[in-house]
Design a protein. Structure first.
Length: 94
């Protein structure tokens, strides 16, 4: 039975690993983020930099959410396959 699930388990292992990598990448990106946007004369460079950081964070968050949904879907698929195989095995022994 686990032979059927092994490819799914390997695929699932990649998904949470990707979420973890995105989490660490997000931590490194947010090190340079300021708490708020302060508009002071001569700080246009900072405003552009903060806008770039916000775009990167939005992209990281989108991929993180997507990989999280994929991870949950794979868990449901694997659980369904396991339940189906267990149910079929119970009726084969009768």
């Amino acid at each position: 039975m686990f032979e059927k699930l092994m490819p799914w388990m390997l695929l699932w292992a990649v998904s949470p690993t990707g979420v973890l990598v995105l989490f660490v990448w997000r931590l490194f990106v947010t090190r340079h983020e300021r708490g708020g946007i302060f508009i002071v004369e001569g700080e246009e460079k900072d405003l552009a930099e903060q806008s770039q950081i916000n775009r990167v964070l939005a992209r990281i968050d989108l991929w993180g959410k997507t990989l999280t949904v994929v991870s949950v879907a794979l868990i449901l698929v694997m659980g369904s396959m396991w339940a189906w195989d267990s149910w079929q095995a119970a009726y084969r022994t009768m």
